[in-house]
Structure formats: C-alpha cells, structure tokens
Design a protein around this ligand. Structure first.
Ligand code: ATP
Ligand code: MG
Length: 546
C-alpha cells in the first residue's frame, strides 16, 4: 500500500504528542438516504486508516436526524459497503440514539438564554437573515423569557403546534459576517415517522446542533468532514462550548473527491435510478460502491486509489483512468487468466483427426507461477475471435491470422489458414486451417516464427457465455447537474454472446479473471451455471501514467 502523509495525520500526531487527546476516535457519518459512492470512499478510508494508524478506532454513525428520505434499505447497504471495503466499525450508532440527550442540551441552551422559540415562518426567517453584505434583523420573538421558551419548547415536543408554526433557534448574532451564526434554527417540527424512533418525536434537531453533540457524546476526537462544512465550524464550536459537553471534538475539513466524466452526488444518482437510465444502484456503470463492485473493482484497488489521491484542503478532480490503473495493478498478479471468445469464428483444422480431443497444460498466470496450471482442450474444431482473422494480410503490422499465414495459438500449436468460406452475403462463415504437431506449446520449437499469437476456445467443450461491455455512462468533458441526462451515452452498455473455455463452467458470481488479450472480467451476480454472464471490468491497456 502506498504510504501517504496528509495534513490531518499531522494534526492527529501533534494532538497525541501534546496530550490533547489520549486516543484517536473518528466516525463516518453517512445520511442513510442513498447508496455510498466512490466519493464517500475517501471519507470512509481516511477515517478508518487515520484512526488505525494511531491505534484508535472509528464508529459508524447514521446521520438520521432528518426522517424525510431515510430508509432501512440504505442502512443495510451502507454497512455492507463499508465491510466490503475491509473495515469494521467499532460501534454502530444512530444520530437518533441521542434525541433525548440532544433535547436536554437544547433545554440547557434555553436556560442559559442562548436559545429561543421563534414564531416566524421559514420565509420570514430567511428574510430577516439579511445578506452577505447586510446584517440581519432580530426576530420579534427573540427576547422571550427563559420560562416562556421552556414552556413553548416542551409544547413543541408534545405536538401542540403545527409543522412550521414554531422553531427553536440559537441566540447568537444577527449581524455576524458568517450567515450560519445568525441565529440558526436548532429544532423544527415534523410530523414524520422516523425509521428508528417511529412516532416518538415530532421535533427533530438540525444537523448543526445534532452533529457536534453526537461527536461529543461519542468522544470523537477528530471529526472529519468535507469542505462545504468549513463555514459551519464556528457554529460547531459554539455548540460544543455552550452545551458544556464532557468531550470537546474538533472538526477538520478536507477537499471532496470528484472523478472525470462522473456524476457523484446522491441526488443525481437517484435520478439515474428512478428515471430508469440505469438498472439500479448496483448497475456496473454507476460510481456507487455497489456498482463498482458489480463492475469488478476490488476493495484493495479502491483503497490504493483513494490513498494515492491524498487528502488536501481543496476539492479535487481525478482522472477516471487513474482508478482503472490501480485496478489493473491489483489484478495483474491476482487474477487467473483464461481464454474467452466474444465474437466467435469457427476454424476447422483439417489435418487434425476427427473425434480426437487432447488436453494441454496452460499456466493460470504467466506472471505469477504460484497460481498454478490447468488443462485446456484442443481438437479439430475451435473458435477464434472474428477480429483476429482477415482473409488477406493487410500490412506488416497485422500480427494475426490470414490466408496462408501462420499464427501461434496460446498454449497449443501453430495453425495456418488454408481456405475461407462465405455465405451468400459475402460474410465469412468459417475457415479451414492446418496445424503443425511439431509446434506444440512447451516443446521448445523455434524453427520458424509465427505471425503473432491469438487465443481460442475448443468447440465441443466451450461454454456459451454472455459478455457485458461498458463505455462511460456520460459523455463530454463538461458534465453538470443540468446537462448530464442529455449527455448520457447510448452505447454505455453492449452485449456480446460468445464462449469461454471449459474450466469456467462452474464459475461463481464475483470471481474475477483476465481474459487473454482482452481485459479483466467479473462473473455477474445474475450468472448461473446454465447462463454464464461476465462483466468487463476494464481493458488491458491503460493510457494513464503515474
Ligand atoms: P452527496 O453530496 O454526494 O449527496 P453527502 O455529502 O450529502 O453526499 P453524506 O451521507 O452526508 O453524503 O456523506 C457522509 C460523509 O461522506 C460526509 O462526511 C461527507 O463529507 C463525505 N463525502 C461525501 N461525498 C464525498 C466526496 N465526493 N468526497 C469526499 N467526501 C465525501
Ligand atoms: Mg450530506
């Protein structure tokens, strides 16, 4: 794994050395309202890795204080994804676990004269808030007595008001240059059943109150979040200070990760799914972790990719090719190699005895002998890739089969094409060839050089298979939330029907292979013994240089 240093590690190290903290505790706080995407992987991996490096630990905490869009489906998916990445949270908590304690802290703020119940409507509140250049105005309800505020807040909790009729606000400074400090709303009324607390509550705390308190209750030492929360940090600190919590967490922001040609925000991913532009959150074209998994990405490659992008205080856009680069690096020595023919052309080897079949030794990975060998079948009838044959050799760069031209078959013999057969439309139906028994793989034959090496699959043992091939889901360099739907690539998913070698007959979903000369593939979750399906994860060649 690549060793990277980053500014957060430096802060953590200093805090430990100075004795400011004894044990590093971090958390990953997703809102359970969607599936996780590769951007979340940056937050997950850094939270877990930083804590691990300094002998601390990491909690998973569902930020479920807004019941409007949350669902258990997402809760389960998030846990699966985190474990798939290789991490086990020390504790799994819900923001909603702390509703009672959060309520008590709000009461404390009221008692200290630092919070009040406001009757202004949402619209009026934003009007009173002022602008970046003009200070805001105090609400006419700002100076209610502590007793009245306590009574009204309790009445809010007891369901005595309608939604929007009242809110609880912090009493800070309506003239603050930081808009977040202009008496932010702390609680609002919502008659929505919550997936954890059901109908127990009809008031829900806002993120800016709930989050710092949750961090404090759990003893989180370093609360890492993305850059858009930077302006909220003064409010975070205000809450921690005035709520008199035992632990004092600190918020540290890092830049968000974006990837070229990729839409990441959940809102847009949801749109792709609900409008049926893709087959679901786990569509292999999606940048969700379930999508990348189904596409064939390994957790190790995602981790290596994320760590290589470091952590900085600015948002960054990383080339998708770099993610693929780390995947190839990871699979190069790990994946066993097999032969698959996606677009078959039948070759009859006329000098090979009819009815005979032989089994030849083939290495599972010529760059990693530890992966052993297997047997592959060879006979009179084989399939080769249609694109590996042209009736006439077009030029000296053509290193494949042509009439009267000899090539090597991987792990087998040299063959030479002797005759080409066409149908009435001029399409090639099959070809004839001869083989040279002297040239058997491993025999050390070197009397002449073939015109390249191609792969094949023996016909009688070949297993039919479906291959899903992918291109980017969205085209163009300038993808925005406004234009991504019209820039969807109509060719992002294509299907080919071909054959794989017999050793793959019992392949199971999520097994990965390199198909020789083609790319890395994963057996799809819908694949069965009678209907093998492979997803192309990535081609063999990269244009990306690190
Ligand atoms: P989105 O904006 O994609 O809808 P979000 O930030 O609303 O995502 P949360 O569930 O709130 O999603 O995210 C959980 C954590 O993951 C947060 O700490 C957030 O900062 C972090 N995170 C989300 N997207 C990215 C990203 N692209 N890069 C880095 N961190 C991210
Ligand atoms: Mg969010």
């Amino acid at each position: 794994m690549i060793e990277t240093s980053n500014f957060i590690k430096t802060i953590v190290k200093n805090d430990l050395e100075s004795g400011k903290v004894e044990k590093v505790i971090t958390r990953f706080p997703p809102e359970p309202n969607a599936y996780l995407h590769i951007g979340h992987a940056r937050a997950i991996i850094n939270n877990f890795e930083i804590a691990k490096e300094f002998n601390g630990y990491t909690n998973l905490r569902y930020d479920d204080t807004n019941p409007a869009q949350e669902d258990v489906e997402f809760v389960e998916a998030i846990e699966r994804d985190i474990r798939w990445l290789g991490y086990e949270p020390k504790n799994i908590f819900h923001g909603s676990d702390y509703f009672e304690k959060t309520y008590e802290k709000a009461v404390l703020l009221i008692k200290k004269g630092l919070a009040y119940v406001d009757d202004l409507s949402q619209e009026e509140i934003s009007k009173y808030r002022g602008t970046l250049t003009e200070p805001g105005k105090n609400s006419p309800y700002r100076d209610r007595s502590v007793e009245e505020n306590l009574r009204l807040f309790e009445a809010m909790r007891n369901g005595e008001f309608k939604e929007g009729e009242k809110v609880l606000r912090a009493k800070i400074d309506m003239a603050s240059p930081n808009m977040n400090m202009r008496d932010p709303v702390l609680y609002r009324i919502m008659y929505i059943s919550h997936h954890q607390t059901k109908d127990k509550w009809c008031i829900y705390p806002m993120y800016d109150l709930a989050h710092p308190l949750q961090d404090a209750f759990e003893g989180i030492t370093h609360s890492l979040c993305s850059l858009e929360y930077e302006d909220h940090r003064p409010l975070y600190d205000w809450v921690v200070e005035h709520c008199e919590t035992e632990h004092k967490p600190q918020q540290i922001e890092f830049g968000r990760l974006s990837i070229t040609n990729t839409i990441m925000s959940k809102r847009y991913l949801r749109k792709l799914v609900t409008e049926n532009h893709v087959k679901g959150y786990d569509d292999p074209r999606m940048p969700t972790l379930v999508g990348l998994r189904r596409r064939g990405f390994t957790p190790e490659s995602i981790k290596a990719f994320i760590l290589s992008t470091g952590l900085s205080k600015t948002n960054s856009v990383v080339d998708y090719a770099m993610l693929e680069h780390f995947l190839r690096e990871d699979l190069k020595l790990k994946a066993e190699r097999r032969m698959a023919v996606l677009d078959p052309l039948k070759v009859v080897i006329t000098n090979y005895p009819e009815g005979q079949i032989e089994y030849l030794d083939a290495e599972n990975n010529s760059e990693n002998r530890e992966l052993g060998t297997r047997k592959i079948a060879f006979s009179r009838n084989i399939y080769i890739e249609r694109e590996d044959f042209l009736p006439e050799k077009p030029n000296k760069h053509w290193k494949r089969l042509s009439k009267d031209i000899e090539v090597r078959l991987y792990n087998a013999y040299f063959i030479k094409c002797t005759e080409v057969f066409y149908d009435e439309n001029g399409e090639i139906t099959h070809i004839h060839a001869t083989y040279d028994p002297e040239t058997k793989s491993g025999s050390g034959f070197n009397a002449r050089k073939p015109n390249g090496t191609i792969h094949f699959v023996e016909c009688s043992t070949a297993v039919p298979a479906t291959f899903n091939l992918f291109e980017p889901l969205i085209l163009g360099d300038d993808i925005t939330p406004e234009n991504f739907i019209e820039n969807l690539n109509p060719n992002s998913w294509s299907v080919q029907k071909g054959f794989v070698e017999a050793s793959l007959a019992k392949v199971k979903p999520e097994e990965r292979f390199q198909f020789l000369r083609n790319g890395y593939y994963i057996c799809d979750n819908d694949s069965t013994e009678n209907n093998l399906i492979f997803n192309r994860t990535v081609g063999l060649k990269s244009s990306f240089k690190v």
